[in-house]
Design a protein. Structure first.
Length: 160
């Protein structure tokens, strides 16, 4: 996952981070009918798409392409006040989807990893923008992409 280096790349990182963290699964609530995997992926990727659009719009408003390059402090503030809360919401929404039958453990692993990534980002927003640092969302992206939550695991793409 790329990190923010310029105002122009901020939008890509914002989208990538929101996708990565939203790349989570569902809890296994036995009182709810399990979704098929196709329906779970459709709903999960829709949640990510909506969240990504919200973050992208907020980034464009906060850091217009024609404006000056944002400072590291401004980008960290945007990450902590806009990106992290949005991603937390996406993770929560997806975790509430009924996991496909037989995939409960896979989905729980994705959710757990996404929650851990969100926690790291909330504790230290600089991990979201520092070039060359460790990507706290790498494992989340890998798990989500492998499961089929491609919108959630991509860097601003609509899925592969």
């Amino acid at each position: 996952m790329r990190r923010v280096a310029t105002a122009g790349s901020l939008c890509l990182v914002v989208l990538a981070l929101s996708l990565a963290l939203a790349a989570c699964g569902s809890s296994s609530d036995e009182s709810t009918t399990a979704l098929t995997k196709a329906e779970f992926l459709k709903q999960g990727n829709a949640i990510c798409r909506k969240g990504n659009e919200e973050i992208g719009k907020a980034a464009e408003k906060e850091f217009p392409r024609s404006g000056p390059r944002p400072s590291k402090k401004e980008m960290e503030q945007f990450a902590s006040q806009t990106i992290v809360p949005n991603i937390e919401s996406q993770v929560q929404q997806i975790s509430e989807l009924p996991a496909p039958e037989g995939d409960e453990e896979k989905v729980e692993a994705i959710v757990s990893e996404a929650e851990a990534s969100v926690e790291k980002a909330a504790e230290d927003p600089s991990v979201m923008i520092d070039e060359g640092g460790e990507d706290p969302f790498a494992k989340t992206n890998e798990l989500a992409d492998g499961y089929g939550l491609t919108v959630c695991a991509s860097e601003g793409e609509e899925g592969r």
